[in-house]
Design a protein around this ligand. Structure first.
Ligand code: NI
Length: 174
């Protein structure tokens, strides 16, 4: 799907490595986790399922169990829907990188791609801004991610306000 395509994964890898380097996290754990974090994107509870498949892939490639368990934890905790909270710095970095790709101009582009895939209306997409996207900046764990988020959130809010204003025009009685 377009909103969770290879472009998303590539951006999350770059963001995650960038944050990891500045926060002193294990870059290899973070990079590997980011590369595999959405591998089961289409499955229900994709974080848990992606973590399981990532573990299998890394085991087959001969990675050691300690490295694998670190990666598995990052992936299973990267999405709020899995109900697993990030316990390590590396898991927090992946969670932050994934969330940053949902705000700013890219976030706007992705949410409308996603709405297109699901046949969701502009009005319902606006609700998704309120319920999720506008809250993401307060759900970040690292200082580096919060710094990147400031600008992106500002643009997201500006776009949201403008879109809402334009839609309100059509709600008036003529
Ligand atoms: Ni993702």
């Amino acid at each position: 799907m377009g909103s969770h395509d290879d472009g998303h994964v590539e951006r999350v890898v770059k963001l995650a490595v960038y944050i990891a380097e500045r926060e002193g996290a294990d870059v290899e754990v973070v990079r590997t986790s980011a590369e595999l974090h959405d591998i089961a994107r289409d499955k229900p509870n994709h974080a848990i399922e992606s973590a399981r498949i990532a573990g299998e892939i890394l085991r087959r490639k001969g990675y050691d169990e300690d490295f694998i368990s670190k990666v598995v934890h990052c992936i299973e905790s990267h999405s709020f829907s899995s109900n697993v909270k990030p316990k390590t710095l590396e898991a927090k970095v992946l969670s932050d990188a994934d969330k940053l790709d949902a705000i700013g101009a890219i976030g706007v582009a992705r949410v409308f791609m996603f709405s297109g895939e699901r046949g969701r209306s502009i009005e319902d997409t606006l609700k998704h801004f309120e319920e999720k996207l506008l809250k993401l900046k307060d759900m970040l764990y690292t200082k580096t991610a919060r710094e990147i988020a400031r600008n992106r959130h500002e643009f997201l809010k500006m776009f949201y306000d403008r879109l809402r204003k334009e839609l309100e025009f059509y709600e008036q009685d003529c």
